[in-house]
Each structure stands twice: as structure tokens, then as C-alpha cells.
Ligand binder design. Structure first.
Ligand code: GLC
Length: 650
């Protein structure tokens, strides 16, 4: 959009731009800058317009974008142009992801490169390599306490290795996802070191206070994220003689985005990683970007403005790169991270579907799909050209962030129901064979979350120990059922490394003094490649899980209606154990797939009359996953325990 004020500012900026920039051929850069500048200016002005250095900072921002564009390789610029044309590329059903720790998966970045064939064997073509930037040993929060945003943790390799990996992945059509930890830095980061040494400039990069007055005001409304290991939201720094805001661990200092220098620094870092060859950037803890006294300091309007501004700027320099929002917040809030009031995503194109994940686990514990159906019914419709990241497990805990109203609608009492879930997954509940551990227990609020590997939570560890074949079989079915859901729901399915071979809890973290207080380490495995090799031996647990997933992935890629164009319809059926939804084609009405899943340990029936228009041709259905026609008894479809169908009409 053309508008005089922003256009005048843009002209002024371009007149002042440094010769080393203005002498370059930046044709595509300028057309994109012109297209986005009205939005960029409006957002920058909303956030920082009252500052004396506003124009100087705006100049810095544009020069940062231009410098990174100049550094962007020709190959990546080409890819940008291709993706501009094929703008729905990330909504396609061909993408299947896996998240992993480089060290735990393959030791080093070079090791990871040598194992790329493993992803190809399984059909995974999007790999999220969790944070590999330099962190202080011992206080790293699994890579999320970064002390240098442009250096690699020497244990896993070098920057050169990342570039090589990115290039090799591109050759094999595998997307690379990297993290940018935007909300905080390690207390050992250069900025923090300067702040500690008394440099005002860098103290303004963080929230620091000489006494408890402001921190105490904040504390009145801020929840605690790590109540056991890091209670409160502020830490006293002896050397600096000031309190500093530390929402997560006490060694993770929150960045102050009301300072535009912080914004420009982070933009520069994001573009730096885009230029190393990342296709997708996962922006960590985005709900926390803006702090306001009297609020929870999560999901503030300004946090969204910052993300929109980052998006608008990234689109100018590296439009082929998309963002994942890591915002593990209530469904009504998470949906806003796609971009509020926009038609197409103008913030982060992809967001973690933590709601779906937690609801799936509810169905596992209750063996029915009541809350799952209710929760999905309440899930707001997202924007066009935005998609979910659907997952069963990840490196973090499982939070029970359901909406209390949904719990009540299922006739459960919220606090008691959550207690039941915690007891169920930590094995306290009598009938449960789950082997999870509590995480983030807060004695003040009674809150708790759950750690544990998928296999151990699904009862496989217990079943193997007791040698109970039926129980082993059931837990494998459950593991596959959960994957059947994330592969068909709509969005990018993200597998978690180790789950494809049934990796169990790893208790070795207890021997490490830096890890033992954080139960999330129990599900961050080091892959045992001898165990992984068993995927090739028919009859082993590894074979059963891996080969079934491989098939599911391959079938998913063939089913066009599994691409995510908001083409899903939840179908409410009488039987509470079932979760049923339809996927349809927006242009081809005859192409549709009915997904039917049974979370009970008993066979269940689906009355075909419940299906309405979806049941029309029911007697001629084929399950695309198994290639068979499922059993029908009279007017009911029969669904075996812990299983699912992807049905198409013949
Ligand atoms: C994100 C990460 C989590 C980390 C936190 C603080 O939520 O996923 O692992 O502890 O941010 O950086």
C-alpha cells in the first residue's frame, strides 16, 4: 500500500543508505521493501514511535535487512523466487517432519549428515535440529540458553558443518528447521556480560532493576514457568548489583523488546540463520516477548506486533523462509500467532498444535474421545495459508492446557480431571501402566505437567518388563494410533526422534547434576543404533513400529486431501470412544477421506447413520492404510481396539 508518511521515510532512508549497499543490484529486495514498507513502518512506529532515535533505528533496521540480502547466496535467492510462485508449498501433504537433538541422534552435525538416509527410509523430509548454538556447559536448558547466536556448540560441530548439512539436505529435498531463541539469552551472552560490567546500553537489552519494587509488581500477576528449579521471575545478579527478569531458568535473561536495538539485533540473527540455509525457523517462546505490569506477560498485543514486524522484514530479505511459532498457550491465543486480523498468515505460518497433542493424551488416559471431540470443536478456525505442527511428543513436557469449559462440558471436574491425568501418566493410578514423571509441579497452585517418552507413556516399557505380549501389542497399536492422528489431521506431522523405534525412558540424566532436576531429560534419548537396526528384523518391536510408520507416511503423501487447506470436518458420533473427522477436497467434491479412530481397549462400533453425508457410500469403503475393506456388521462399522481407519469411498 502507498501512504505518504511511510513513503517519505522510506525515501529518506534510501537517500541515506550506505554506499556499499546502494551500489549493489538489489532489484528484488527493493520491490519487496516497497510492498511491505507501509506495514513495516506502521508496526515499527506503533512499537517505537515515541523514541527520539526512531528514525535512526528505522535506518538500522532497513540496512540490516539489505546487508543480509546482499549476503544471501544466489541459490537461496532462487529458492525464494520459486517459493514466491509456489506460495502454498508448506501446506502440502508431502511434508513429514522429525524433531531431534543432534547430539542424541547422531553425535555431531557430520554424523547427522551421514544419517540422512534414515529419514529418507522413513519418509521424513523435514528435520528440526534442536538448538545447536553455543551455550554454557551445564546451564544450557537443552540449548535454549544461548551465549552466542552465531557460533555452534563445539561438541556438535561448526558453522561450516551446518552449511554443508543444509546443502546436502537441499539436494535430497529435506527441509531444515532451526531454532532461534528470541525471548532470552544465557547470562553468559556478551550482552549480559556487558550489562553485568555496568554498561547501560546493554543493561537496557534486558529488564534489570536496582530494587524489588518493579519486580514485586510484576510478580503479582506472572505465573511461574519452572517452579521447582527456578521459582519466581527475577534473579539477583550479585556482580551487576541488580535484579534481572528471568522467566524461565535463573540463567536465562529475558530480552527487552521495548528497546528497538534488541529488535534489530534479533532480526539480524534471524536473517543470519535464514542465510545459513534454514528453510524454516522455529521461534522459541514467542508468547513471552512483551512484558507488562499487571499481566501474565504472555500473549500481549505487542508480542504479536513484534512477530508481524519480524515476518514483514524477513519477507523482504528471505521470503522463502517461514516461521514456526512455539507458543504453548490456550487455543484462542495460539491461533493469533498466525497473524491477527490478517487473511493469510502474517506472523508465523506454522504453529505448534499443543491443544491437539494434549487432547490426544487425554483420550489415551480416559480411553474415550469425549474431551478430544469437545476440544477440537472449540478449536478456532485458523487463517488460510497457515498450518499446524501436529505432534504426539516433543522434547518438552506435556502440559494439560485444556479449556476448563470444555472439561466441564464433558462432565468432568477440571481440577480432579487434571489430577487424574497426572496420576494416570505417572503410574499412580492403579490401572495405568504409563511410566511418566511429573514436571513443573507447583505446590502453590497444584499444577503439574508430564515428562516421559512416548513408548513409556503408552505402556510399552511396562509391557516389555512383564513380557506380556498382548500388552506389548496394545501399546504398539496405541503408538500407531496416535501417529495415525497427527498424520491425517491437517498440518505438518512432527515425529519425535526415537519414537519411530519405541525408545523408552532414559534414566541416565539422573546421574548428571546439571540435568537431574529437570525430568524432561528422561525423554531426550541418545539413539542406540543397534536397537535402531532391529527395525530391519521382522517381528521385533522396532520393526513393528518403524515399518508401520513408514507405510503411514508413504500413504499420507499420496492422499491429496491430507494437505491443509482448512478442509477438515469434525463428525460428531454417538459412540464416545471414537474420534471421527472427514478430510475433503475444496475443488473435487468426490475426493474425500473419512478418518475413524477408536481410543478404547475394546472393539467399538460406529453407527453409519451418524455419518450423515459422509456415510453415503459406506458399504464400499477401503482403508487406505491397510488396503482392506473394514468389517461392517449390519449398519455398523467395526473398529478394533486402539486403531484407526483412513477410509475412502470406492
Ligand atoms: C521453549 C523450549 C523449552 C525451553 C523454553 C525456554 O519452551 O521448547 O525447551 O525450556 O523454551 O527456552
Amino acid at each position: 500500500m502507498y501512504e505518504q508518511i511511510s513513503h517519505t521515510l522510506l525515501n529518506d532512508i534510501l537517500n541515506r543508505i550506505k554506499p556499499e549497499i546502494s551500489e549493489q543490484d538489489l532489484r528484488h529486495f527493493y520491490t519487496r521493501l516497497g510492498a511491505n514498507f507501509y506495514a513495516i513502518h506502521s508496526l515499527f512506529e506503533r512499537l517505537y514511535g515515541d523514541r527520539e532515535d526512531f528514525e535512526e533505528q528505522a535506518q538500522n533496521m532497513v540496512e540490516t535487512m539489505a546487508r543480509q540480502y546482499i549476503k544471501r547466496s544466489e541459490k537461496l535467492r532462487q529458492l525464494d523466487l520459486e517459493r514466491e510462485k509456489d506460495y502454498n508449498w508448506f501446506l502440502h501433504q508431502q511434508w513429514v517432519g522429525m524433531a531431534l537433538y543432534c547430539k542424541g541422534f547422531a553425535g555431531t552435525l557430520n554424523g547427522l549428515q551421514e544419517r540422512l538416509h534414515y529419514f529418507q527410509e522413513l519418509g521424513v523430509n523435514l528435520v528440526h535440529v534442536m538448538p545447536i548454538m553455543r551455550c554454557p556447559e551445564g546451564s544450557s536448558d537443552g540449548g535454549y540458553a544461548v551465549s552466542d547466536f552465531r557460533e555452534i556448540n563445539p561438541e556438535v560441530g561448526t558453522l561450516e558443518d551446518v552449511r554443508e548439512l543444509a546443502e546436502e539436505m537441499k539436494k535430497r529435498d529435506i527441509l531444515l528447521v532451526l531454532d532461534v531463541v528470541v525471548n532470552h539469552t544465557s547470562n553468559k551472552h556478551y550482552w549480559a556480560t556487558c550489562a553485568r560490567a555496568g554498561e547501560k546500553k546493554y543493561q537496557d537489552y534486558y529488564y534489570t532493576f536496582e530494587n524489588r519494587n518493579v519486580p514485586d509488581m510484576f510478580e503479582q500477576s506472572m505465573p511461574e514457568i519452572f517452579p521447582e528449579t527456578s521459582p519466581g521471575n527475577f534473579t539477583w545478579d550479585e556482580e551487576m548489583g541488580r535484579w534481572v527478569m528471568t522467566v524461565f531458568n535463573d540463567f536465562q535473561w529475558d530480552l527487552n523488546y521495548s528497546n528497538p536495538s534488541v529488535f534489530v539485533e534479533m532480526l539480524n540473527i534471524i536473517l543470519f540463520w535464514a542465510n545459513q540455509g534454514a528453510d524454516i525457523l522455529r521461534l522459541d517462546a514467542v508468547a513471552f516477548l512483551w512484558k507488562k505490569i499487571g499481566s501474565t506477560c504472555q500473549n500481549e498485543r505487542e508480542a504479536h506486533l513484534i512477530l508481524q514486524l519480524l515476518k514483514d522484514c524477513c519477507q523482504v530479505t528471505a521470503p522463502g523462509v517461514v516461521f514456526i511459532a512455539e507458543a504453548i498457550v490456550a487455543p484462542v491465543e495460539v491461533i493469533k500467532y498466525f497473524g491477527e486480523d490478517a487473511v493469510i498468515a502474517k506472523e508465523c505460518e506454522i504453529a505448534y498444535n499443543a491443544t491437539f497433542m494434549a487432547l490426544l493424551w487425554d483420550a489415551v488416559a480416559t480411553k474415550n474421545a469425549r474431551l478430544l471431540n469437545q476440544g477440537i470443536k472449540s478449536l478456532p478456525v485458523k487463517l488460510e495459508r497457515a498450518t499446524w505442527l501436529n505432534y504426539v511428543r516433543c522434547h518438552d513436557d506435556i502440559g494439560l492446557g485444556f479449556d476448563d469449559r470444555d472439561i466441564l462440558l464433558c462432565d468432568y471436574e477440571p481440577a480432579r480431571h487434571r489430577r487424574f491425568l497426572i496420576d494416570y501418566f505417572t503410574g499412580k493410578y492403579e490401572k495405568s501402566h504409563a511410566r511418566g514423571l511429573p514436571f513443573g509441579q507447583n505446590s502453590k497452585t497444584g499444577d503439574a505437567r508430564i515428562s516421559g517418552s512416548l513408548a513409556s507413556l503408552a505402556g510399552l516399557e511396562h509391557a516389555l518388563e512383564t513380557g506380556d505380549d498382548k500388552a506389548i501389542d496394545d501399546s504398539i497399536k496405541l503408538i500407531l494410533l496416535l501417529h495415525g492422528m497427527i498424520l491425517s489431521f491437517g498440518g505438518i506431522p512432527l515425529l519425535y526422534y526415537g519414537d519411530e523405534i519405541g525408545a523408552l525412558n532414559d534414566d541416565s540424566y539422573r546421574d548428571d547434576p546439571h540435568k537431574k532436576g529437570d525430568t524432561r531429560w528422561v525423554h531426550r534419548p541418545s539413539i542406540d543404533w543397534d536397537k535402531a537396526d532391529k527395525r530391519n528384523t521382522v517381528g521385533t518391536v522396532e520393526y513393528k513400529i518403524f515399518s508401520a510408520l513408514k507405510r503411514m507416511v508413504a500413504v499420507r503423501k499420496e492422499i491429496e486431501v491430507f494437505a491443509d487447506f482448512n478442509n477438515r470436518e469434525l463428525i460428531e458420533v454417538e459412540n464416545p470412544h471414537l474420534f471421527v473427522f472427514g478430510r475433503y477436497h475444496l475443488q473435487k467434491p468426490n475426493e474425500r477421506v473419512l478418518v475413524v479412530s477408536n481410543f478404547s481397549n475394546k472393539p467399538q462400533h460406529l453407527n453409519l447413520d451418524d455419518l450423515g453425508g459422509w456415510g453415503a457410500q459406506y458399504r464400499l469403503m477401503t482403508d487406505l492404510y491397510r488396503g482392506e475393506t473394514p468389517d461392517i456388521f449390519k449398519n455398523s462399522l467395526v473398529i478394533p481396539p486402539f486403531s484407526f481407519y483412513w477410509l475412502c469411498e470406492r
